[in-house]
Design a protein around this ligand. Structure first.
Ligand code: ADP
Ligand code: MG
Length: 581
């Protein structure tokens, strides 16, 4: 034994300092362990360092200018990827701003987790007036699918796991995760911390339908003379694209896509009855709903849109059992995940399946061709100022030539008309105002669509709709995203021609005349274009999309071209007081 070894051997034993971790690192590790690589948020107290550390740990952290747009980005990331999108906000006001997006995600069945920092529980619960004091958990609860708070660093792993499972399993939705400021600085031994993390196994387990539900559904479908399939955004979310296409083509049943289900099969598919929607709904006798709810967007499954009372039988595929009979009787409920249910129907159809009667197919085909022919001349006008139809006619060709671009669409007339005019060719390429029909999703959706898919994004925005999230053009420029925004500028909401009867102020529905939204994009280093005719619009969009640079095209639309509330004007109450003649 050498002298040195002897010394070492006899030295008093020093306890090695254990490696430590803290709340910040555990949150990041828990997300990463579950394959979550991106956070959308707005930094501030108490989560500023969380964003910094997440970025340092290799996560993508996309900072917005307002939490609502970060929240909308997270929500649509969830729709596109089936993984919960993460939105990170500060306490009280930041949380409330994010909450709108969380509620919207829940309404639309998109998986998302809103993580907000919060103030000290001891002070909040005694209402002693903390910085941004608010009982956030209580406020979030009624507006989302689930809400959790973590108080101990050792529970972060399980808290994140619960949030992920709640967001993704069954009917997807929004989850709130409350993380008080003190939690982030809590320290624990790294090894114990590592062990406390949970990797969620099978976060959205398959839910196979009961065989008798499939038999019942097939019996009803076989009895149909005029069957119809309605595809909803649940079908798009499910990513069962091949099975859905096979079901439509094997059954020979025409289908109508809801707006975010457009492109699941190309809108030009021979069995698409999208352009004959009214006839298809009114005259069908059996309707198979796949991931579509009978809410206001389908006239609640009753009334004039559906023909004679009781003339339509509904079969419904949905993962949420309580969706059945929500508005009208569902004669054949098929509860389960769409991939499993559609496959089971296909298997059950087997060899001897009878195609629907040809006269029904012909009726829809004739109607569809007539509607398309009627629309065609309006789409081709090159007049200036542009009508909505002519501008959308130009964009329709661009989307046909660039089918992998993602289309984000919001507005009133801009939305309604684009939905009908612009054909989609691939699944999950159309992102819009969804179940609530809200304005303000535009830039949040655009950012996440570009970040999550790496594909070019084309946003078709009413000037009013754009205003809700317009400041995020800076975010688009900062991250250098391939987003081309077209603002349909008609000087106002619905129309730009209203006036204040007293002559004092601008009318409530008009904006500054001849605004130049393109300059907003230029202010942050992106490219601006100003166009007044469909030909100019086509050239500008092609140049913008070829460049892959952030760009905004101010497209001047005839201020007199729009109609009140687009095609949902019937929802606008009218004064009950009749004007004297
Ligand atoms: P749309 O607005 O396009 O009609 P909705 O949002 O009304 O679509 O309906 C979507 C439906 O899809 C919801 O009822 C939801 O429960 C259901 N859903 C979502 N994901 C799945 C899935 N993987 N399997 C089955 N149903 C699903
Ligand atoms: Mg407008």
């Amino acid at each position: 034994m050498t002298a040195l070894a002897k010394i070492v051997h006899t030295a008093p034993e020093i306890e090695a300092e254990p490696d430590l971790t803290d709340g910040f690192h555990l949150v990041i590790d828990a997300l990463k362990l579950n394959g979550i690589e991106t956070i959308y948020g707005v930094p501030g107290i108490p989560i500023t360092d969380l964003g910094r550390m997440a970025q340092a740990a290799g996560m993508r952290v996309v900072s917005f200018r307002h939490e609502q747009h970060a929240g909308n980005a997270a929500a649509i990331a969830g729709f596109l990827t089936q993984k919960p999108g993460i939105c990170l906000t500060v306490s009280a006001p930041g949380f409330l701003n994010g909450l709108t997006a969380l509620a919207n995600a829940t309404t639309n069945c998109f998986p998302m987790i809103l993580i907000s920092g919060s103030s000290e529980r001891e002070i909040v619960d005694l209402q002693q007036g903390d910085y941004e004091e608010m009982d956030q958990l209580a406020i979030a609860k009624p507006l989302c699918k689930a809400a959790f708070r973590v108080l101990h660093a050792a529970d972060i792993g399980i808290g994140v796991a619960r949030a992920i499972r709640a967001a993704c399993s069954g009917r997807p939705g929004g989850v709130y995760l409350d993380l008080p400021a003190k939690l982030f600085s809590q320290v624990m031994e790294a090894e114990a911390g590592q062990k406390s993390l949970v990797k969620v196994i099978d976060p959205a387990p398959a839910q196979r339908p009961a065989p008798e539900a499939i038999t019942r559904a097939l019996e009803v479908l076989k009895s149909a003379r005029r069957p119809l399939i309605v595809l909803g955004k649940g079908a798009a979310y499910a990513q069962a694209d091949d099975a859905i296409r096979a079901l439509v083509e094997t059954s020979g049943i025409p289908y109508v896509p809801m707006s975010m289900a457009k492109g699941l099969l190309p809108d030009t598919h021979p069995l698409s009855a999208g352009a004959a929607r009214s006839t298809a709904l009114k005259d069908s006798d059996v309707v198979l709903l796949i991931g579509a709810r009978l809410n206001w967007l389908l006239s609640h499954g009753k009334g004039k849109s559906w023909g004679e009372p009781g003339s339509t039988k509904f079969i419904q595929i949905d993962i949420e059992p309580r969706e059945m009979d929500s508005n009208v009787e569902i004669v054949a409920p098929v509860v389960g995940d769409i991939a499993s249910c559609v496959q089971a129907l296909l298997d059950g159809m087997g060899q001897g399946w009878q195609q629907p009667p040809v006269d029904w197919i012909d009726t829809l085909k004739t109607k569809r061709e007539a509607n398309i022919a009627k629309m065609a001349p309006k789409l081709m006008s090159n007049a200036s100022p542009m009508t909505f139809h002519a501008a959308l006619g130009a964009l329709r060709t661009i989307v046909k030539e660039r089918p992998d671009a993602i289309l984000v669409n919001e507005g009133a007339n801009t939305l309604d008309l684009a939905r009908g005019i612009i054909d989609m060719y691939q699944p999950r390429k159309r992102l819009d105002v969804g179940t609530w029909g809200i304005m303000g999703i535009g830039m949040g959706f655009a950012v996440a669509a570009a970040v999550e898919t790496g594909k070019p994004v084309l946003c078709v925005e009413g000037d009013s709709a754009f205003g809700f999230s317009g400041m995020e053009v800076e975010t688009i420029c900062r991250y250098g995203l391939p987003v081309c925004i077209v603002v349909f500028n008609n000087n106002g909401i619905y129309r730009g021609t209203d006036s204040d009867p007293t002559g004092r102020d601008p009318a409530t529905t008009v904006f500054v005349k001849d605004s130049r939204y393109d300059k907003m994009m230029e202010a942050f280093g992106g490219d601006g274009y100003h166009v007044t005719s469909p030909d100019e619009l086509t050239r500008a969009v092609n140049a913008a999309m070829d460049s892959s640079r952030p760009s905004l095209i101010n497209a001047v639309i005839d201020p007199a071209a729009g109609s009140e509330s687009g095609n949902i004007g019937s929802l606008n109450p009218q004064s009950g007081i009749k004007k004297k003649a």
